[in-house]
Design a protein around this ligand. Structure first.
Ligand code: FAD
Length: 506
């Protein structure tokens, strides 16, 4: 990296720290407008949390596995004059996921709501099937109220949101149920506790507890019903495609290049100092790491005031994940299968109140070689990601090896009780704990979704794309509109639009 002197085109140069979804989306949107874009990423590959690991010879996704809101990426590339379908092969699934309980019961949910309602009717009685359809209508209403004014838009204040929602105003906002908990609403809606558990789990997509998150999060159920796609080549392929698109538009991506400091002179940003010691100057910097890294001073003392301080007590969920190549038997896995614990409340109580992994965890298994029909030759080793929720205390209260071992025993014995045997080979197994995530994503303690969405105010407390330091912008899952692959990408586009608006006005 050569030293870049101030004044050499620094005005039209944008430096992006991090090549996660938010950073890559910002890079595409800015490079497409002719800006000189440099992306610095400490990892050796793009994607951030959308990373890939190698277990033996096999590449495995070790981050997100459920791809939704495809339109976000279609729009991102189309606005840059590129085509998503030309670069990435996606196939929509018919079966969203299989769900299993220790009593042997199983339920599949489908992209077709009527089919899901029939399955729920057979599983828990016709009345529950009807209530499911009412739930879908309610979730759709919430999503439609919030898509334009909140999800796609710059971060509003509560009052701003009322104005943006338009003529329906407060009435519409009341319907998004900000003051009731998701669990409270589901308890009124469904008689069968298994259905409460199943739909309550959507809170974890935002790293939150269904017992503390607002019922507004039921919109995630709607997002999933609108479409889940399988990405050919695995989820990490999406990160590679976005990185290639940014490069095709002229952005320069530097991997294995950590940024040690965001330079602030006078009141505004002047560039970055790389860990190598090199300085790169620019008037505009977009930070794609977790905003807690700024307030903790990891990018220098001057950027501590970029956003209000974050409270480690309100961190979202972390996880323990096992990436395995293993033989399975006894249970018909699909691409996405969820195995539920017997006591959901105890699980979230242990994590959020006790700060410890649950005694009996709910386990998500992504069988990466299978599709939504589950086809796979019996007895053949297959690539698996097994995930349980865990507290984000990887920095202050790391789990000892024997605790991780105990979590593994509990995880795989829960799978056993649901009928799935996983024959593991220690040579072909890799575990990532909250401490591992904390090392990969500094200042998070392993939290994977920024701050938890607990209480109605939480969604308004995520910072927007402009920081308090002129020239420093924010993108990523810890900023508005929130975590998840498409949301983080939207935040990148919002950061790019703020940069462009501010450059145009100077
Ligand atoms: C196990 C797991 C499962 C998940 N499942 C799903 C799912 O199924 N569906 C879904 O939609 N979402 C899921 N998510 C969430 C989703 O992956 C994230 O919300 C999203 O990818 C975050 O993107 P981001 O823009 O915040 O960037 P991040 O992924 O957080 O990346 C930020 C990047 O910045 C880099 N960086 C930070 N500091 C510096 C520095 N100083 N110098 C250089 N580089 C730096 C980091 O190395 C990193 O690459 C999951 C996440 C995990 C971990």
């Amino acid at each position: 990296m050569s030293l870049t002197q101030p004044g050499q085109g620094a005005k039209n140069r944008v430096l992006i720290v991090g090549a996660g979804m938010g950073g890559l989306a910002a890079a595409i949107a800015l490079a497409a407008r002719g800006l000189e874009v440099e992306v610095f990423e400490r990892a050796i590959a793009p994607g951030g949390k959308m990373r890939q690991v190698r277990v033996g010879e096999a590449p495995l996704d070790a981050g997100p596995t459920v791809f939704t809101m495809r339109w976000v990426f279609e729009e991102l590339l189309a606005d840059a004059g590129l085509s998503l379908p030309e670069r990435l092969t996606l196939r929509q699934v018919d079966t969203l996921a299989r769900h299993a309980w220790t009593d042997g019961s199983r339920l599949d949910l489908f992209a077709d709501r009527t089919r899901s309602a029939e399955a729920i009717g057979a599983f828990a009685g016709a009345a529950e099937g009807r209530r499911y359809l009412e739930f879908c209508a309610e979730a759709r209403g919430i999503y439609e109220t919030l898509e334009g004014p909140f999800i796609r838009g710059h971060r509003p204040s509560p009052v701003g949101l009322v104005q943006r929602v338009g003529p329906g105003g407060l009435g519409d906002l009341w319907r998004i149920k900000p003051f009731a908990t998701l669990w409270g609403v589901l308890s009124k809606r469904f008689r069968d506790p298994r259905l409460r558990q199943l739909f309550g789990r959507y809170a974890t997509y935002a790293g939150s507890s269904p017992f503390l998150a607002p019922a507004t999060l039921m919109l995630i159920a709607h997002v999933e019903q609108e479409g889940v796609w399988l990405v050919e080549g695995g989820m990490h392929r999406l990160a590679q495609v976005l990185a290639e698109a940014a490069q095709d538009l002229g952005a320069r991506l530097h991997f294995g290049t950590p940024v040690a400091e965001i330079l602030v002179e006078g009141r505004r940003t002047r560039g970055v100092r790389l860990e190598s010691g090199d300085l790169v100057t620019a008037q505009t910097v977009v930070f794609n790491g977790d905003v807690a890294a700024l307030t903790d001073g990891l990018l220098g003392d001057r950027t501590r005031r970029a956003v209000p301080p974050t409270d480690p007590g309100s961190r979202s969920l972390s996880a323990i994940i096992w990436n395995l190549v293993a033989e399975t038997q006894g249970f018909p896995l699909l691409r996405h299968t969820v195995f539920f614990s017997r006591d959901y409340e105890a699980e979230f109580d242990a994590i959020f109140r006790g700060g410890r992994p649950p005694e009996e965890p709910t386990v998500y298994v992504c069988a990466q070689d299978r599709d939504d029909l589950g086809n796979w030759p019996p007895g053949e080793p297959e690539r698996l990601l097994c995930l349980i929720n865990a507290p984000a205390r990887g920095d202050t209260k790391p789990l000892h090896a024997d605790e991780v071992e105990r979590c593994a025993e509990r995880t795989f014995s829960l799978l056993n009780r649901c009928g799935l045997q996983v024959r593991q080979d220690p040579e072909r197994s890799q575990v990532t704990t909250p401490t591992g995530f904390a090392e990969l994503f500094p200042a998070t303690g392993g939290a994977l979704y920024g701050q938890a969405s607990h209480g109605w105010k939480a969604s308004f407390s995520r910072p927007g794309s402009r920081s308090a330091i002129p020239g420093l912008y924010l993108a990523g899952g810890s900023t508005h509109p929130g975590a998840g692959v498409p949301m983080a990408a939207i935040s990148g586009r919002l950061a790019a639009s703020s940069v462009l608006a501010d450059l145009a006005s100077t």
